[in-house]
Ligand binder design. Structure first.
Ligand SMILES: [Fe+2]
Ligand SMILES: [Fe+2]
Length: 406
């Protein structure tokens, strides 16, 4: 709020417009990305991060940094995994504990009388120079603190450093508080999804929580790169990435419809058991059928298509539009681009994670071997373009693996 002289009315109207847009987003990461982007835009801040409350800690949950994280592999920084306790020792901890914003003009010139200290580690590790900071607790209307947003290094019209000014300090928290409700909703949606997965996991212990989190994140990142290469516009990419992450997490939820004797059977399936297992794709799709929401439609597509193969040798193949009428699978194969792109991506992400992780029935394979195996499936099991994108974003995938372990 430095370069253009804007009236409070305009600022508040803009905040309300953004809040309305935020309400169309479903996934918590997409919401955090947007909230941080808008708050940085309002204050012309070079960088920022969001921490979310997790028990007695604040978990680092989202980051932007225009100076450091540019270019193709910027995404990997989103998966940094650490938490700080909610206490007065750190600046974010202090903001969460007291519920008050903290304004710092120069992080290296604190008086020494503050209860908190500035942690220089990030600057030392990256060579970044933090100066001004505006740290805002994210408080809902019920006075519940869901997290803390930290905006870093405000800039003037010439992109030179400046302290956060009066308008920033007044309006950024106003925006943050309205956004908190949306963030809370995003967290709830994610939790409901994870609970659905927990149900599936109780039935089939092979599908664990961290596995679905990873498959969701891999799929979202592969999609983003794929769509960028296709030249899709950023708004479309962001919207699709948002719903894809959640829908990919539910790829195997249809396993709740498979009997325990098959699902929990140790060792290999007999052919007739394997044939019954294939129905989990149809059951999953049926769970989300007959809805109008974009998310449900995508959940249905991914559940149905995540075992299809590029060469047409996968399952379940083409089915009647009314899934309840399906009596037999694999009557007519579907292949190539007839398989929805989201299912093509999730299929690779799911196989990749199964190979690279330890499972009850197998050890984790070394990374090179897994990549080699996926490459072998290029053009047969997997969409060649999706394989190429997969190969390009290995460090992002590695960061996701490090974040969601277990
Ligand atoms: Fe599956
Ligand atoms: Fe899976």
């Amino acid at each position: 709020m430095e370069c253009t002289d804007r009236q409070p009315y305009d600022i508040i109207r803009d905040i309300l417009t953004v809040i309305e847009e935020l309400n169309t987003l479903k996934d918590v990461d997409a919401i955090l990305d947007r909230v941080l982007g808008e708050a940085r835009g309002m204050t012309n801040a070079d960088a920022g991060s969001i921490f979310l409350v997790e028990g007695q800690n604040l978990r680092f949950s989202y980051v932007h940094n225009d100076t450091l994280f540019r270019g193709a592999d910027a995404s990997k920084h989103l998966y940094t995994n650490f938490a700080v306790p909610i206490d007065e020792k750190s600046i974010v901890g202090y903001a969460a504990m007291t519920g008050k914003s903290v304004v710092i003009d120069d992080a290296y010139a604190l008086s020494g009388n503050e209860p908190y200290t500035f942690n220089k580690k990030f600057d030392e590790d990256t060579g970044y120079h933090t100066r001004s900071m505006l740290t805002i607790p994210l408080t809902t209307f019920q006075d519940k603190i869901v997290g803390v947003m930290q905006l870093i290094n405000a800039r003037d019209c010439n992109n030179a450093y400046r302290p956060f000014n009066k308008d920033d300090i007044q309006y950024a928290p106003l925006f943050a508080n309205s956004a908190s409700v949306t963030i809370e909703r995003g967290i709830m949606t994610r939790e409901i999804m994870l609970r659905m997965m927990k149900m599936a996991e109780m039935r089939d212990p092979k599908e664990t929580g961290p596995h679905v989190q990873r498959v969701g994140a891999y799929s979202a990142e592969i999609y983003q790169r794929w769509a960028q290469k296709k030249g899709l516009d950023e708004v479309t990419i962001r919207r699709n990435k948002d719903v894809l992450r959640l829908a990919a997490m539910l790829h195997d939820v249809g396993k709740v419809g498979i009997s325990d004797t098959i699902l929990k059977k140790p060792g290999r399936f007999e052919p007739h058991e394997a044939a019954i297992m294939k129905w989990h794709s149809v059951y999953g799709a049926a769970l989300f059928a007959n809805t109008t929401s974009e998310l449900d439609k995508l959940c249905s597509k991914i559940a149905l298509g995540h075992h299809e193969r590029w060469d047409g040798a996968g399952y379940p193949g083409r089915l009647p539009a009314n899934l309840a009428e399906a009596r037999e699978l694999c009557l007519e194969p579907i292949s190539g681009e007839d398989i929805p792109i989201e299912a093509r991506i999730t299929s690779l992400a799911d196989v990749y994670d199964a190979l690279i992780s330890t499972r009850v029935y197998k050890d984790a394979w070394p990374e090179e071997q897994v990549v080699e195996e996926i490459m072998k499936g290029r053009g047969t099991q997997f969409d060649p373009e999706v394989v190429d994108v997969f190969a390009e974003i290995q460090d992002v995938l590695r960061a996701i693996r490090a974040k969601y372990q277990g």
